[in-house]
Design a protein around this ligand. Structure first.
Ligand code: PAF
Length: 274
């Protein structure tokens, strides 16, 4: 496995290499990321994982500097997972100047939920993903469904910009209690780790009550109250359409999405309603 820090080296390494599959990450890899690598490994061609903590998607009050950087351990994991090439650029390589050209996703998809709580977040995500796509020129790129809104926004970006890339959404990997794996779980105390699976249980309960015919606004309000009563600070719990997280009808494919803070850690998750 090669580790390349520059765009020039990456392009040379991939020249004439045939199909390329990309797993974009910010590092601090866990089994969730490795499941994306394993999905990408099923495809013919070279497997590239990018590791880049993207400053553009962090707000001024967010954890950019304390975001864990574990490149050596990440590369060991990627090597055993069968990755061919790691693209690990420094900030100066990706952003040698201020990134003045940015990709602004549609407000109707990006200014609600995560985008409302973290203004500018999806501009940062779309800009770096677009730039990675230009650099790596993958045939397919793999993203986790845990970040449901991110996945939908990237899928639409690729479709509307006619980029010849298949964006593959992969299932969320969970611990034994049902907690979605996330680099941020490392901030949770032992007691919080046990409590953290409550977010998933809450979303699942909303989902089963939706199917039982209960009114969605009541379910959302009761779910928020229930989390608050357990000392969570929820940002949102919402039943929406799977296509674009817009307002939907009961007959549409639906998903319940949620985000809440437990102590100092913000967790997000979702449940596709069967
Ligand atoms: O999901 C992530 O880890 C990041 O948002 C991504 C897609 C790698 C862009 O920095």
């Amino acid at each position: 496995m090669r580790i390349v820090p520059t765009i020039a080296e990456l392009r040379t390494a991939l020249a004439g290499a045939g199909p390329v599959n990309l797993v974009p990450t910010m590092g601090n890899l866990h089994a969730g990321h490795l499941s994306l690598v394993s999905a990408a490994r099923q495809r013919p061609g070279r497997l590239v994982t990018s590791i880049f903590v993207n400053r553009l998607q962090f707000g001024p009050q967010e954890d950019f500097s304390r975001y864990p950087r574990t490149l050596d351990a990440d590369c060991r994991l990627l090597e055993s997972a069968g990755c061919d090439l790691v693209f690990a650029p420094a900030n100066e390589e990706m952003y040698p100047q201020d990134q003045e050209y940015k990709l602004v996703p549609p407000a109707a998809m990006a200014d609600m939920f995560e985008g409302a709580v973290r203004p500018g977040f999806f501009i940062g995500v779309c800009t770096v993903v677009l730039k990675l796509f230009h650099i790596v020129r993958p045939d397919a790129a793999f993203f986790g469904k845990k970040d449901y809104q991110q996945l939908l926004i990237i899928q639409r970006m690729v479709a509307q910009l006619a980029m010849p890339i298949e964006v593959v959404g992969c299932e969320t990997v969970r611990d034994n209690h049902g907690l979605a794996l996330s680099s941020r779980n490392g901030y949770l105390s032992a007691a919080e780790l046990v409590e953290a699976a409550e977010l998933r249980r809450t979303l699942r309960k909303v989902a089963s009550n939706v199917r039982a015919g209960a009114a969605w606004p009541d379910l959302e309000r009761r779910a928020l109250e229930s989390l608050r009563s357990r000392h969570w600070q929820p940002d949102y719990i919402a039943v929406r359409g799977r296509a674009d997280l817009g307002i939907a009808e009961a007959a549409d494919p639906l998903v319940v999405i949620g985000a809440a803070r437990l102590g100092g850690t913000r967790l997000i998750d979702n449940y596709e309603i069967p």
